[in-house]
Ligand binder design. Structure first.
Ligand SMILES: [Zn+2]
Ligand SMILES: [Zn+2]
Length: 338
């Protein structure tokens, strides 16, 4: 099978790897769509790898035993290789599993854990069936496109009464605009890139604030009766934006951190005790809520067509990385069989 590889700094190509075989509850999925996430950073830095990507949808092509999926079924492939047996996995919080499986040594395969590939191995319980009335590309947004912000809004119980502030209009933050709009909340976006700011508006943001402006906080307060947002999500991973969210969220509000980042200084008295904020760390969403994210997808079709700005055959992965580096895109999808 063909797999995309980073072969040097700003260099990538397709390489041939052995097609994986199923083993135990590990099914093989023929990848039809591999949404692109942050892998362009590896392309830019020259991090050599033949294992790219963590988002995929496809069709089950082989199983070793009867289980939760059957050959021919279309499925969303969940990230990671959680154990399926610990208390976190049993509660649906598999993304936080501490006993992840080494899928290759467990199955005797030499490849099959990348999503920028024609086939992937996955435990059957981490494959979500796709409803017949949903396109494969739309279903792929149940990965990082809509997933992390959906998970955060579920935990923060975002409703139409909320004013949601979202920092970072990359492909995760833009998905957050769709999730906020779906819930009927007022959404304010924070983004400086003109293409992404414009796309956030088209997806339903009522206002887009430039984080570089020294009036950013004042502007958000002006839009929120001087109180600040009720629920905020950081999808930028930038400490400056995270600080802005803490300052622009009202007392007793909630803030979710989604963008991968490092250190942030929190003032215990001013930010936490006196404001009474609740902070969340959010990676993905709980598996028991999979039916609900499918419903968000089913009812948001026209917005999803705006959100997915580009699709590329996997043979053009270099062009796709170069596009992502410009920021002039929303969600970008790869098709490994084109
Ligand atoms: Zn991702
Ligand atoms: Zn586990």
């Amino acid at each position: 099978m063909q797999v995309a590889a980073i072969t040097g700094k700003e260099e990538c190509s397709l390489v041939e790897r052995a097609e994986p075989h199923p083993f135990g509850n590990m099914a093989v999925v023929k990848v039809l769509t591999a949404p692109m996430c942050t892998e362009h950073k590896q392309y830019t830095s020259g991090h050599l790898t033949v294992c790219l990507g963590h988002e995929a949808v496809g069709v089950v092509s082989a199983v070793a035993q009867e289980g939760r999926v059957r050959v021919g079924q279309r499925v969303v492939v969940m990230p990671q290789y959680a154990c399926g047996a610990c208390s976190l996995c049993l509660a649906g919080d598999f993304i936080h599993c501490r006993n992840s499986i080494d899928a290759l040594s467990a199955t005797g395969n030499s490849s099959g854990t990348a999503t920028y590939a024609q086939y992937i191995l996955k435990p059957d319980w981490l494959l979500l069936p796709i409803p017949d009335d949903m396109t494969t590309d739309h279903a792929s947004l149940a990965c990082c496109g809509l997933g992390p912000t959906f998970g955060a809004m579920q935990r923060m119980e975002v409703t139409e009464f909320d004013t949601v502030l979202i920092a970072g209009m990359g492909p995760v933050g833009l998905g957050g605009v769709i999730n906020g709009a779906f819930r009927g909340a007022k959404v304010i976006a924070i983004e400086g890139h003109p293409y992404r700011a414009a796309l956030a508006k088209r997806l339903g943001a009522s206002a887009v604030i430039d984080p570089q402006s020294d009036q950013a906080l004042a502007e958000i307060l002006r839009l929120t009766d001087g109180l600040g947002a009720t629920a905020s999500l950081d999808c930028s991973g930038s400490a400056g934006a995270q600080r802005l969210l803490l300052d622009a969220t009202r007392r007793r509000g909630r803030v979710a951190f989604i963008g991968e980042a490092g250190e942030l200084t929190i003032h215990v008295s001013n930010d936490m005790i006196r404001k009474g904020l609740t902070l969340f760390g959010q990676w993905h969403y709980n598996l028991t809520e999979a039916g609900r994210i499918m419903e968000v997808i089913r009812r948001s079709r026209s917005l999803l067509d705006l959100f997915i700005t580009h699709t590329f055959p996997m043979s053009e992965v270099k062009q796709a990385f170069e596009l992502q580096r410009t920021g002039n895109c929303g969600k970008v999808l790869l098709h490994p069989w084109e």
